[in-house]
Ligand binder design. Structure first.
Ligand code: ATP
Length: 235
């Protein structure tokens, strides 16, 4: 079945002050897919996610979400249109406990997960409900960060390196969570350095290099692209 992409990015350019970082990014995400942006450090993956979320000062080109142009929309309006961003640094408030962190973001749309649904997804969080952000392990912080954006009602999730610095068993749990969210109809745009992890969840990949998308392929084409990938990623 062919359907319109939920996210269509065309000729996206972005700047931090005077620094021109993205030089014409083009890619699509279809409804219900897990799409992964791969690339070396500094290639522009995080900047691409921030541009979609509207938290980069200057950006040009076109970003269409659910059929609507959002390149000039405020981050607030973009959030209300149903996009959520889980940053690499996770953004857990150290002085707040798990419950307070979960209650922090406003619900921007109907259909956000209830606290009980979040605890079903992440049983650890329920046990740690009264623990302060500082007391949580890296894995618990990442689960809290993902749980928190699920409360908002967004159905399009952007996760920036969710496995960074985590133990293999926790990485596996994050992978299972991503698959579960996909099976429940969420669409996920992932940035990953951990290529092995990405291969367990992704439907498709795009390679980012020097602020451009230089290649893209489906998971089924992964083996055929292995040599190229080693060159692109230096792994
Ligand atoms: P990483 O895994 O290192 O985050 P990335 O592909 O996500 O890699 P970006 O974070 O998008 O890369 O960074 C792209 C370029 O933009 C890099 O050269 C980086 O130094 C630069 N950059 C990132 N954030 C800023 C900022 N706030 N101000 C100026 N330059 C920045």
């Amino acid at each position: 079945a062919s359907h319109a992409p939920i996210l269509a990015v065309r000729n996206l350019e972005a700047w931090y002050g005077e620094s021109h970082i993205l030089h014409g990014i083009n890619f699509d995400v279809n409804p219900g897919e897990v799409v992964t942006l791969l690339g070396r450090n500094g290639a522009g993956k995080t900047t691409t996610l921030k541009s979609v979320m509207g938290i980069i000062g200057k950006r040009t080109g076109s970003i269409r979400f659910d059929g609507k142009e959002i390149i000039r929309a405020s981050s607030d309006r973009i959030a209300r249109s149903g996009i959520a961003f889980c940053p690499e640094e996770r953004g857990i408030f150290a002085s707040l406990d798990v419950r307070e962190n979960l209650l922090l973001p406003p619900t921007v749309r109907s259909g956000g997960l209830t606290m009980d649904q979040i605890f079903e997804l992440f049983p650890n969080l329920k046990e740690r409900l009264g623990s302060q952000g500082t007391k949580l392990s890296g894995g618990e912080q990442q689960m809290l960060a993902i749980g928190r954006i699920l409360r908002t009602g967004a159905r399009f999730l952007m996760l920036d390196e969710p496995t960074e610095g985590l133990a293999p068993v926790i990485i596996q749990q994050i992978g299972q969570t991503i698959k579960r969210l996909k099976s429940e109809g969420f669409t996920i745009l992932l940035v990953e350095q951990n290529f092995r992890f990405a291969a367990t969840v992704a439907d498709r990949y795009y390679i980012v290099e020097h602020g451009k998308i230089i290649d893209g392929f489906a998971n089924a084409e992964l083996q055929a692209n292995m040599d190229k990938l080693h060159t692109y990623l230096g792994v």
